[in-house]
Design a binder for this molecule. Structure first.
Ligand code: ZN
Length: 247
């Protein structure tokens, strides 16, 4: 079973379509780690697409904020403006679907899905220390997380914690990671719609655990098209500009 892992799509339909076009024929089931909406100009299109595409999907903090499950007092003014705009673009039906998304951790097809940290869906996992809890406590040796928008992850073996720097080069579409049976992993597919690891290409992962492989993908997309839709919608300029830098 090859699993397509999507995260932090953030209402960027152009990036999602570009990613799906490159992944065609390479996966059997799709899952999503949350933050379907927020920041980007296409919340309805992206929500519809994800709803019809994925087998399992957990919620992210932006999904909670847009549906009112979480208040936005911790959000910066720019993110909050995007949340308020997003809410107005979604039908009651899509808002209901977003509001009903389960909280991670969620086990599916032999992997575990979380949005942020293993024990706290809203916590960021940037450092080995922050990843340790998930590496030790997860019910599966391979756990996928999002939220940071940084592709990569961590491996644990024999009391050693390793930071995994797996990034496809500018001329490559993906870089494979070999999954060693005795190790435990916390892996981040990166963000489809708003990468923050200095590579503006849309990122995702494809896991094929029967063949001991996870592929980390980067797919270029037409960023300018998304930026002009964002400007037309009146979304905050810092959100528009960061897409081209991947920051
Ligand atoms: Zn996010």
């Amino acid at each position: 079973m090859r699993i397509l892992i999507l995260s932090d799509i953030h209402a960027n339909f152009t990036a999602l379509e570009a990613a799906l076009a490159k992944a065609v024929g390479r996966w059997d089931a799709a899952v999503c780690l949350g933050d379907i909406v927020g920041y980007g100009p296409d919340p309805a299109e992206v929500s519809e697409k994800i709803r019809s595409l994925v087998q399992s999907c957990i919620r992210g903090n932006h999904d909670k904020a847009v549906t009112g499950i979480m208040d936005t007092e911790d959000f910066n003014p720019v993110a909050k403006a995007a949340v308020d705009w997003t809410r107005k673009q979604l039908s009651p039906e899509l808002l209901q679907w977003l509001a009903a998304l389960p909280q991670g951790p969620l086990e599916t097809n032999g992997i575990v899905l979380v949005h942020g940290a293993f024990q706290d869906e809203d916590e960021y996992v940037f450092t080995p220390a922050q990843a340790l809890e998930g590496l030790l406590d997860s019910t599966s040796p391979v756990t996928f997380f999002g939220h940071t928008h940084h592709q990569g992850g961590f491996a644990y073996f024999d009391s050693n914690l390793e930071v995994l720097q797996i990034r496809p080069r500018p001329n490559e579409l993906f870089a494979p990671l070999r999954i060693e049976p005795e190790r435990r992993y916390m892996l981040n597919p990166g963000s489809i719609g708003q990468p923050r690891d200095a590579d503006p290409r849309a990122s995702f992962a494809i896991a094929d655990l029967a063949n001991h492989t996870v592929e980390f993908w980067r797919v270029p997309y037409e960023i300018g098209k998304v930026q002009s839709r964002m400007r037309k919608a009146g979304l905050p300029e810092p959100l528009v500009q960061r897409l081209e830098f991947g920051r």
